[in-house]
Write a protein that binds this ligand. Structure first.
Ligand code: BJ8
Length: 422
């Protein structure tokens, strides 16, 4: 505890406000996570990592920095982790899922900005995030208008390198994205002094693919009935995939999947087999945004999948490992990332197919589409996803909310009513 405080002080955090945040987080975690029945033994690791997410993991980052490694912070699954790893750097997610500091953020971005953006800006301004303070490079991206304009403002308080993500999937869009991948390689080489060779990039691809394969395994096991793991726990695993050491995390998740397999073999689950099964779809849920999963799972349903960037959108596609030249690997990375079906793309019909296929493969009885308030891309697509699911005979409930707790009772009423119809 004391050593963590010294570290946080060195990182220039607001110690008092940060203590307050950790206290609320701890209580929240107790209510939402530790209160669950029939949890997997493997979740102990995740509980531990979460309890030390601002402690031991930050200490590891500091030690790595002392040993000469660099830390890269990102806000989007478009930033290729393979390349970060190939430069011997550490890749962490900086998206935030709490309201703390959001009022301060309104000095830099308009009030009608989504909660996710306000949260990462607020965390920086209120000196609450040891990850932001540990980074040597912060990488933004031109995805939604909210984010791309926010990075302009954020750049004034935290220098931000911005990758240009195209908005379509045409050949010229691919060429633009490939050039951005190459530019990112150069930027990292400059930052770290490491030359990214074919050998190093192959290793980065292998580590990242292995992590995604472990998450794919988890997704596939959740098709079992009764549901073998709660949606809350699965969301936590996906959230922690953005912070933890990738090799250690992969080993732990594979162990957890072994346990899941055993549990499925015994016909055991976290809820009775006739519990309505729901797929969540839409905006990413960053730590500690557990509001909707908690509401859903305390309304008589169980969540069996997350079609979001903190979910299957991040784990579904692998980089082809057959290339053995640097140029070939860059092509493979480019192609893999161009498959991401973010709502920022136009058109984005593959997402409609992917949501429908995922709902079917996970045997979901219904889908809850989740958009953050003021998120144009996902609010728009909620209408399209609804139609696509209707055509497939899968009911959908559309929810728009933010990080405040004020609408919890109202959300619960709507979710319960939806669950009753399934
Ligand atoms: S690839 S989903 S991580 S951009 S919720 S900030 S879209 S207004 S997060 Fe995303 Fe990359 Fe796409 Fe995924 Fe804007 Fe919407 Fe806010 Fe959002």
């Amino acid at each position: 505890e004391t050593t963590h405080h010294e570290m946080w002080e060195r990182l220039n955090l607001d110690l008092e406000a940060h203590d307050g945040l950790l206290e609320v987080l701890g209580k929240f975690y107790g209510d939402i996570y530790l209160s669950q029945d029939n949890r997997l033994k493997g979740m102990e690791y995740l509980d531990f990592v979460l309890s030390e997410v601002h402690g031991l993991r930050i200490k590891e980052l500091q030690e790595a920095k002392e040993a000469g490694r660099k830390v890269v912070g990102t806000f989007c699954v478009f930033v290729p982790e393979e390349i970060t790893l190939a430069a011997d750097a550490i890749h962490v997610g900086l998206c935030a899922g709490a309201e703390a500091g959001s009022d301060l953020a309104e000095q830099l971005v308009p009030r009608n900005t989504c909660a996710l953006i306000k949260s990462f800006i607020g965390f920086k301004m209120a000196k609450l995030c040891p990850y932001i303070e540990s980074t040597d490079m912060i990488v933004g991206e031109t995805t939604c208008d909210g984010k791309k304009k926010a990075y302009e403002a954020f750049n004034e308080i935290a220098p931000t390198y911005v990758m240009e993500v195209p908005q379509t999937k045409t050949e010229s869009a691919r060429a633009l994205w490939r050039s951005e991948v190459v530019r990112y390689i150069k930027a990292l080489e400059e930052l770290t002094g490491v030359t990214i060779t074919a050998e190093k990039l192959a290793e980065g691809i292998r580590i990242t693919n292995a992590k995604r394969k472990a998450l794919q395994r988890l997704t596939a096991l959740r098709a079992a009935s009764p549901a073998p793991i709660s949606g809350r726990d699965s969301l936590l695993i996906n959230q922690i995939s953005f912070y933890d050491d990738p090799v250690r995390f992969t080993a732990k998740i594979n162990e957890l999947c072994d346990e899941l397999q055993e549990r499925i073999g015994q016909g055991k689950g976290v809820a009775p087999a006739d519990t309505p099964r729901l797929l969540l779809s839409g905006c990413p849920m960053a730590v500690p945004n557990w509001k909707l999963p908690f509401v859903v799972e305390s309304s008589g349903a169980v969540i069996v999948g997350e079609e979001s960037c903190i979910g299957t959108r991040n784990s579904r596609d692998l980089v082809d490992e057959s290339a053995n030249t640097l140029e070939g690997m860059i092509d493979a990375i480019t192609d893999r990332y161009m498959k991401i079906d973010c709502a920022c793309f136009t058109p984005n019909n593959e997402r409609l197919e992917n949501v429908t296929a995922l709902a079917k493969s996970l045997k979901a009885d219904g889908v809850i589409h989740y958009s953050l308030l003021f998120c144009q891309p996902y609010s728009h697509e909620s209408l399209k996803v609804d139609k696509a699911l209707q055509n497939a005979g899968i009911p959908m409930l559309s929810i728009e909310t933010d990080y405040s707790m004020e609408d919890v009772a109202q959300l619960k009423t709507r979710v319960e009513a939806f669950v009753e119809t399934l």
